[in-house]
Design a protein around this ligand. Structure first.
Ligand code: GRF
Length: 215
């Protein structure tokens, strides 16, 4: 399976996905990394791994439709089968999302459906939740919605700031996204009626992961 990764920033999740694809026997490889920001740190991460990169700067497009059409063209040209959003900070048009329906994943740093959108870590602290986490899901037109492939729970600790909480969740993201990608690439995570069904196939498969508090 040929994977296209969309990024906007530092690319630490991209790095985790690259690591997953390098595992012996992994049935997918990253064919292309696209950033909508020319200065995204993740571009260097991709280049260091020898992966082709492309910048499609959204500022050069007057409409979301024309930007998304360019994105779509680039993914198709690279023969991409599955798109992974990894810190991609653009809202995609319904047309693009529908075209890649059940073939596009996203990672979000909360236990969806809680805390969709931005400033997620501060909002979790403000709400006083004791457990939060991260979610990998198939993309749907509504932001941070779609069938959930896998989730990881992460505790909120006394004294946490948005930064310390984000760092703890990010560690979980780096474990969860490779796990979810593997399930999808191997055809073991399928969308049935807007829920993801995980195939066991004689093996223990879990869509959840608990990342315990550090001492
Ligand atoms: C991650 O926290 C991801 O969940 C969110 O944006 C952040 C991207 O970080 N969507 P990175 O670019 O993968 O380091």
């Amino acid at each position: 399976m040929r994977i296209g990764v969309l990024i906007s920033g530092r690319g630490s999740n991209l790095k985790a996905l690259i690591g997953a694809c390098e595992e012996p026997g992994f049935r997918g490889r990253i064919a292309l990394v696209i950033s909508n920001r020319p200065g995204a740190g993740g571009l260097a991460v991709a280049k260091a791994a020898g992966i082709p990169t492309l910048v499609i700067d959204h500022k050069e497009f007057s409409t979301r439709e024309t930007f998304d059409a360019e994105l779509d063209r680039a993914l198709a040209n690279a023969g991409v089968d599955l798109v992974c959003n990894a810190g991609f900070m653009r809202i995609l048009t319904d047309g693009f999302v529908e075209k890649w329906r059940d073939r596009q994943l996203n990672i979000h740093p909360s236990l969806l459906p809680a805390f969709k959108g931005l400033h997620v870590h501060q909002r979790a602290l403000d709400a006083g939740v004791k457990i939060t986490g991260c979610t990998v899901h198939f993309v749907r037109p509504e932001m941070d919605e779609g069938p959930i492939v896998a989730q990881a729970a992460v505790p909120v600790l006394p004294g946490d700031t948005a930064e310390t909480l984000a760092a703890r969740i990010l560690e979980a993201e780096h474990k969860l996204y490779p796990l979810a990608l593997k399930l999808v690439v191997e055809g073991r995570a399928r969308v049935v009626g807007e829920h993801v069904v995980l195939d066991h196939d004689g093996e223990a498969v879990t869509g959840s992961l608990f990342v315990p508090a550090e001492k």
